[in-house]
Design a protein around this ligand. Sequence first.
Ligand code: ASP
Length: 418
Amino acid sequence: MAEGKKKGLALHWQILIGIGLGVIAGIVLCKITPYDNWYKYIKWAGDIFLRGLRMIVIPLVFSSIVLGVAGMGNSAALGRIAGKTILYYIVTTALAATIGLTLVNIVKPGVGANLNLAEEVTAVGSGQVSFIDQIVSIVPSNIFESMAKGDLLPIIFFAILFGLFMNKVDEKYSGFLNNFFTSVYEVIMKITMFIIRLAPYGVFAIVTNVVGKQADDPRALLSMAGSLGVFVLVVWGGLLIQGGVILPLLVRLVGRQNPWRHISKMSTALLTAFSTCSSGAALPINIRDSQEKCGVSNKIASFVLPLGSTINMNGTALYECVTAIFIAQAYGIDLSLAQQIMIVFTALLAAIGAAGIPMAGMVMLAIVLSAVGLPLEGIGLVLAVEQLCDMPRTCINTYGDSCGAVIIAHSEGEELTI
Ligand code: ASP
């Protein structure tokens, strides 16, 4: 791609062009030669981009939370912001799940779906974690193990503790630590910007690979096209209501900002989430643009966004609900109201527990299904369209976090630049 020509083009346009060219390249390459012959020459560029983003997530999250929490100075401010953040997350995620539940009950995409086409799923059941286990695992037994494994919740827990207690030690130590973490944070942000500039190329490679993979074996997608098509439309419809109506309304009414300008300022982060299916990958961009373009303070952005990227997943919660009911419908199982409420509740927990990585919601689906006794192999039904669902739900996950940062910043009296 000619670098000179793109100088003036905004990054999100470059990413969109990368997606478009990726779709064309994936189809054309498959016409020329089978997927297996070419994918390795393309895929590596996407892998490097994704690894680059993941590389910076842990140091970025850790240093930004420590600074954010320590910057709040006293625990009353932290308590207040944390309280608002958690309330916002719970309310919006519950709303998303309820929208999904309502739509899937109205449209009933699973009724009459052909189960013979379901693939066998064997490994997903191992992803089950009980609610108590989830709570306990927030406290790390070894912070370095959590960092090595990329478990964000324990890292966030430790970073909050670290930031809190940093304020309680002698000035000469806390001053040093503040300087240290600010320096780390600044360097990591510079690396982030460097990696972000590679996004159009990375996204091109990822999309080419994804399209090529399916174009090579279109049967898997086509065979379930009927009911799965409607299922995907329900997921998209629900996400559209959450992302196009509910969240913008909250930004307008509670955050007192223009929601469309906010979306346009966050477009790089949203498109990154959409194309990479990873809200963790979009997190560095979300943090940068929330601060630089929207004027959210580091204090709020560094607390609300990393926490949100792991526990606030509007899109994932909606998806879990729609999918669980869809599978029940496909198996001809009638769910009682109590069972449906149970699905909403477990969908919330599943969304909290899902990592900000591709297909995490699919793995967490096992928890939701077993909570109401639905067959796990039902997941095989929706595997074929996972990519189509993961992309938009990740986008809404990231958007929900960004709205949270704006709303909470406004409620704290910050001057925003949206
Ligand atoms: N891919 C989603 C994300 O990164 C998680 C999911 O699979 O639902 O936010």
